[in-house]
Design a protein around this ligand. Sequence first.
Ligand SMILES: [Mn+2]
Length: 359
Amino acid sequence: MPIDKLCKLLDKLPSNIDAAIISSEVNTFYLSEIKFSNGYIFITREEFYILVDFRYYESTLKKSNGLTVLCFDDFKETIARLIKKHKATNIIMESNRISLTRSYYFESIFDCCGAKLIKTSQLDDALESMRTIKSEKEIEKIKIAQEISQEAFLRTLPMIKEGITERDIALELEIFMKKNGAESAAFDLIVASGKNSSLPHAEPTNKPVRKGDLLTIDMGAIFEGYNSDMTRTIAVGEVSDKQREVYNIVLAAQESALNVLASGISAKEVDDAARKIINRAGYKDCFGHAVGHGVGLEIHEKPSLSPKSNFTLKPYMVVTIEPGIYIRGKFGVRIEDMVLITDNGFKNLTSLEKKLIIV
Ligand SMILES: [Mn+2]
């Protein structure tokens, strides 16, 4: 419930903070469970407010969930009134998510009210850390997003043959997802064949798929605001022993990471488990990204699972495990599952085959 989340957020803020303003679309949605593009959550130790403009007033009122909804005409005047009413002097904002111009604007308002902007990332940190632990309701949405994405993958597979372009494959996947309940694709889908597959974040091109290509498809859907993420590399026709060998190394690395995955394990250890296999096989320089990341309202969120990560995995985190090997100018392989950390291990939310699919 929004009220519970807001109380929890307040508890996480330093005691000298009197008020917080949340302005990003993603965090206002997370906290209020209401979507608006020009709105704010203003929280004080006494009362929680949602401030929206006329366009969102009626819909927000209907779902207010116990928060005070105010419609502003002149935002500056409304927020200044609230700051004075609650005698807020130390105010915190999302430093990660507002521009310098916006911060100057807010500072000038605070100045007029005898208040000041506290320059710290503690509000971002608190929100990011809350968002790493998903509720049952959030998990349900992520699962549905993943089911839609997987179904699209399976339905599109028979169309993938020599001659179809990367862009056409991406389009088929996206159309299927939207027709089957997705709000949209979670990101610009990656469909990369042959040489293009050595680019971890390739854009689909008009290049037709050819026999002997490895084809990497990195895809996801959004369902009720929540993302899913997965990657499969498949083979078009017969592929070389070398391609198959690299595929098997990536698969072994992915399984090795899954084998250590559990609540209480450090994210760094999970990264290590995959990286070791790739390094030992001689592909150290061909794996230059983190092994995984959190997924939720954003496609990439905390925790990151990288060599530098200092997160410890906890139940109800949703993370990806996606090692890859990218051989410049030749080809690449990535295998990505999205998993839910549980009390006694994890549940893989991706149920697609992982042995090399040949179409
Ligand atoms: Mn990913």
